[in-house]
Design a protein around this ligand. Structure first.
Ligand code: 26Q
Length: 821
């Protein structure tokens, strides 16, 4: 085929394509009033401009036969694509101008796009930021995931309670994907295994009588920042095979056939809305295997197409990054594909597998470590269970050799947990099968080697490494905060968009009064924008002069939204007692989703909402204190929230938050952190300087030391402020018509076994909040701190994180796409 002329990037070209798509592709006319079709026409216009770059990126990767990495993740929290694509193509201004000529408004169109919410929280958003950085660094990395029909549920608040609504995000069409039925794969489930010997006496295994499901790929373009590269996110959708239409039906079992067809199509129906592992759910295990098998078969298909059946170079050319244990069945599946399908011996297959897999851990909470019942595995994936047992047998032999006679250690390290029910420990399978194991912040990686994975660290110290998380400054500063972006670029030039360390050049400007004034004006405008969101979605009015104090993230006991509420109640109590000396007016915003089955998290949401009602309707608090719970916290909401935040709440119990990434988005946008020495907070404080960070709370070591002799009731009795806060809750001040509903919360705080030590950190938290409030009253000095935080956030770009993955784990070189002609 001859080359088509490339689409132009100027306003005229954009406007004419937009009109063509509007009337010819979509068939709309001037009487159609909804902005939805104008959004679609714009999205198609932008997409056209990605297509040649996408193709040329693939050509370059194929023709240079480059080494590649594959990111395997059950979650990608992409949010919206339009603004990001325009930014990365460099056509924001031209597109805005084109819309103007057509009488359209950019924000209105952009707001028509549904968030792609194919993830729960940090882990899913990290995957999305990683893809952006890989494309910007021109690294040959393909993302593999699932195309859930329903993403993260939509959260509504009814009478203060969370209500979950389905997120049918594909309903009005999704222009950012391309179906690729030609690359469909077949995935097996169930059945049984059989061994047989071939004519040369070689033993083989076959997996028979399986119930097969098809995996159909949908490709999503991932544009790099102004570099011609467009990488690929390939998402699999499950579909029934034709046999469902014929076999069972002809055998007379029509309804059985329809049910089986239904089951097949259910695999990718819904994202599991838990951000701690969901124990033992069969469908979840099916999702995990479906992703792993489809992706590995796809990679092998590609390999065989260009290299034939010679796998000697496979490990030199490919590696797989496992995003937590969720896709870890890939270790056993690659063994199966290499041996059963491609005829390889165990040793050769293991040589390849254990040199291509790398595992990232995202949690220290032991209860969140994935385990699957052996019984379930045997029924669903019998061949894979055989392989896991063999991996384990060979591994334990190694352990026994290293520590002769240490049977306790053997039991501790076994991939199979032998309690009353045998379980597969997925993290151990991941460690044994991988050449690299990493944590996501310095403290987290250190705690992994000292605690959770200590035995494995003793065996293989060189496997373990740290890769501190980041966020992409393209979405989390350049796109979401145009005011600050402009100011920064005017001051230091625009290189920071692909080299965030450049932000340090803002440091001298922190001493420039005029610059500080401009910085403050931008922040104020962003607070006006955030206040409008809070007014629309919560019906609460935030005065932009107040200090905006924000905690948005999944609701979890370890993240301690409760501690935040206790502080707000304490402030309310001060108002009611007339203790308002040195008062800083404060608007507190809390948002986040609770897992539908997590009763305590849902009760905390109810408490926040009830406390907000009491405070906001009490005339004594007017101009002094506001509290709002923001429903349906999501990527596109954070794009408004982080630019308008003054104080960033990062208050998890030390040692529990692996890294955190919201903390980085806030810092980049000039918020100051109040936080514990947990996860990446430690590194944030190191970069910003301790005088630009409000530190409080026990350290991870102190938290561990306190276990067993923690007496929250004594702490409460000794602290008059905390005593009054507890008394208000216990007296039913926040649930006058709903007796008893907060009893479980009170008990949790007063329980000597409270793992989150809420009462222990209360005093130190309130003191830090007082320091923050005092600092805010000196606006000049606050603005200085704000500038310094932003200026020192360079480390927290995923460009830095991904450069480290590429250098240390993936061994990848950048490779430019061929030029668009
Ligand atoms: C597992 C099995 C079955 C069902 C659900 C799950 C599941 C799903 C999502 C388990 C965990 C998650 C998500 C975990 C997560 O988001 N962890 C966060 O990862 C961030 C990126 O590294 C860190 O910054 C956060 O500290 C960490 O909590």
């Amino acid at each position: 085929m001859t080359e088509l002329p490339a689409r132009t990037l100027d306003a005229d070209g954009l406007a004419s394509d937009l009109r063509r798509h509007y009337s010819h592709t979509l068939g709309r006319d001037k009487y159609c009033t909804t902005p939805h079709y104008a959004y679609q026409a714009l999205a198609l216009t932008v997409r056209d401009r990605l297509m040649d770059r996408w193709k040329n990126t693939n050509y370059a990767y194929i023709e240079q036969d480059s080494r590649r990495a594959y990111y395997l993740s059950l979650e990608y929290l992409m949010g919206r694509a339009l603004g990001n694509a325009m930014l990365n193509l460099g056509i924001q201004d031209a597109a805005t101008q084109a819309l103007g000529e057509l009488g359209l408004v950019m924000e209105e169109l952009a707001d028509c796009e549904r968030d792609a919410g194919l993830g729960n929280g940090g882990l899913g958003r990290l995957a999305a930021c990683f893809l952006d950085s890989c494309a910007t660094l021109q690294l040959p990395v393909i993302g593999y995931g699932l195309r859930y029909e329903y993403g993260m549920f939509r959260q509504e608040i009814a009478d203060g309670h969370q209500v979950e609504e389905p997120d049918h995000w594909l309903r009005n069409g999704h222009v950012w994907e391309l179906e690729r039925p030609e690359y469909t794969q077949r995935i097996q489930f169930g059945g049984h295994t059989e061994s047989w010997t071939d004519e040369f006496g070689k033993l083989h295994v076959r997996w028979l009588n399986t119930h097969d499901v098809l995996a159909v790929p949908y490709d999503v373009p991932i544009p790099g920042y102004r570099n011609g590269t467009v990488n690929t996110l390939r998402l699999w959708k499950s579909a029934a095979t034709d046999e469902f239409d014929l076999g069972e039906f002809n055998a007379g079992s029509y309804t059985e056939s329809v049910r089986a067809k239904n089951d097949a199509e259910h695999i990718t129906m819904v994202l599991y809305p838990n951000d701690a592992s969901e124990s033992g759910k069969e469908l979840r295990l099916k999702q995990q295997y479906f992703l792993a098998s489809a992706s590995l078969q796809d990679v092998l298909r590609h390999w065989i197409k260009f290299h034939g059946s010679d796998f000697s170079q496979f490990a030199e050319k490919n590696c797989f990054q496992l995003n937590d244990t969720h896709p870890t069945i890939a270790v056993a599946e690659l063994m199966r594909l290499l041996m059963d399908v491609n005829g390889m011996e165990w040793e050769d297959a293991w040589g390849i597998t254990s040199r291509t897999m790398a595992y990232t851990n995202h949690t220290l909470l032991p209860e969140a470590l994935e385990k699957w019942p052996v019984r379930l595995f045997r029924r669903l994936l019998p061949r894979l269970l055989d392989i896991i047992f063999e991996i384990n047998a060979r591994f334990l032999k190694q352990v026994a050799q290293r520590w002769p006679g240490d049977t306790e250690r053997l039991a501790r390290m076994s991939i199979i947990e032998e309690n009353h029910e045998q379980m597969v420990r997925m993290a151990y399978l991941a460690i044994v099968g991988s050449y690299s194991v990493n944590g996501v912040a310095a403290l987290h990686s250190q705690l992994l080697t000292e605690g959770l994975f200590r035995d494995f660290y003793e065996l293989w110290p060189d496997k373990f490494n740290n890769k501190t998380n980041g966020v992409t400054q393209r979405r989390w500063l350049a796109a979401c905060n145009p005011g600050l972006s402009r100011l920064i670029t005017e001051s230091i030039g625009g290189d920071w968009v692909s080299d965030l360390a450049q932000l340090r050049r803002l440091l001298p400007l922190a001493d420039d009064a005029l610059f500080r004034e401009r910085w403050r004006t931008v922040k104020f405008d962003n607070k006006v924008r955030l206040a409008a969101l809070v007014q629309d979605d919560c019906g609460v009015s935030f005065d932009p002069e107040m200090m905006f104090d924000v905690q948005v993230k999944r609701i979890h006991e370890y993240k301690r939204q409760l501690l935040n509420v206790l502080h707000v109640i304490h402030l309310y109590d001060r108002i009611k007692r007339g203790d308002m000396g040195d008062w800083t007016p404060r608007a507190v915003l809390i948002g986040g989703k609770a897992a539908p089955g997590y009763a305590m998290a849902k009760r905390i949401i109810k408490l926040i909402n009830n406390v907000a009602d009491v405070i906001n309707s009490d005339p004594d608090t007017f101009g002094l204190l506001r509290l709002a719970f923001l429903p349906d916290y999501r990527v596109s909401a954070m794009e408004v929230i982080c630019p308008g935040t003054d104080l960033s709440e990062q208050i998890s119990t030390a040692g529990k938050e692996a890294s955190g990434t919201g903390n980085m988005k806030f810092m980049m946008n000039g918020a100051i952190t109040i936080g514990t020495l947990d996860g990446a907070n430690i590194e944030i404080r190191e970069e910003a300087g301790e005088e630009n960070f409000f530190l409080f709370g026990l350290t991870a070591a102190e938290v561990e030391a306190l276990r067993g002799n923690y007496d929250p009731n004594a702490i409460i009795a000794a602290d008059a402020d905390l005593m009054r806060v507890m008394a208000l809750i216990e007296a039913g001040q926040f649930n006058q018509l709903e007796p008893g509903i907060f009893d479980s919360i009170v008990h949790a705080i007063r329980n000597p076994h409270d793992p989150w030590l809420v009462a222990a950190d209360f005093r130190s938290y309130v003191d830090a909040q007082r320091r923050a409030a005092a600092a805010y009253r000196d606006q000049d000095s606050w603005t200085r701190m704000s500038i310094i935080n932003s200026a020192t956030s360079g480390k927290f770009s995923t460009d830095r994180t991904i450069s480290e993955y590429a250098a240390d784990i993936w061994k990848l070189q950048p490779l430019a796409a061929y030029d668009v002609k």
